[in-house]
Design a protein around this ligand. Structure first.
Ligand code: ADP
Length: 179
């Protein structure tokens, strides 16, 4: 099942699946601040995209939490990977919400600066970083909806959720914030 809504001139879509198979201009990686690769979606993206992505990550050297950098997509269908670093969830009193919103916002800004028309996000911080799913979904979607209202040039934003539970929660939260 695909949930789809249009905000201004941007289609925002939720899909259940593997982000490494996406054909958008860029996919977003939930990276760590050393850009060192790892488990979860980060490992999957490097495996599928090949060593060219890590070669560029090494040159960049790192990325602070809440910020974003861009590399080639290597062997992926997506031309670029935007690596952003979400916060580790430590109870919610350590600025996690602002940092998670920034991770989405800075990824969107970078896509716009590069002139990209489509972008796919995973559920940043919702795996080993432990962010509560519903709060993360709400922040992710409200940040993207606000961006779409101001930036019609990004035509297509996809949230690619890896499992049914994550997908269902994103779908419920999207319903709450769009008419
Ligand atoms: P973080 O460290 O930011 O929590 P994780 O990779 O551990 O990042 O998890 C982020 C989300 O990505 C989780 O919801 C996880 O299930 C999901 N995920 C893992 N592999 C993939 C994949 N191939 N495509 C899309 N999402 C994935």
């Amino acid at each position: 099942m695909i949930v789809k809504t249009t905000v201004n001139q941007t289609v925002i879509e939720l899909v259940c699946g593997d982000i490494t198979q996406e054909e958008t201009d860029a996919i977003v990686n939930a990276a760590n601040s050393r850009l060192a690769g790892g488990a979860g979606v980060d490992g999957a993206i490097h495996r599928a995209g090949g060593p060219a992505i890590m070669a560029e990550c090494r040159k960049i050297g790192g990325c602070p939490t809440g910020e974003a950098v861009i590399t080639t997509g290597g062997n992926l269908k997506a031309r670029f990977v935007i690596h952003t670093v979400g916060p580790v969830y430590r109870g919610g009193g350590k600025g996690e919400a602002g940092l998670l919103a920034s991770a989405y916002q800075n990824s969107l800004n970078l896509a716009r600066k590069k002139g990209l028309a489509s972008l796919s996000f995973p559920a940043i911080s919702c795996g080993v970083y432990g962010y509560p799913l519903r709060e993360a979904a709400s922040l992710a979607l409200s940040t993207c909806v606000a961006f779409a209202k101001n930036h019609p040039e990004l035509r297509h934003i996809r949230h690619v959720l890896f499992d049914q539970r994550t997908y269902d929660i994103f779908a419920q939260e999207l319903k709450k914030i769009t008419p």
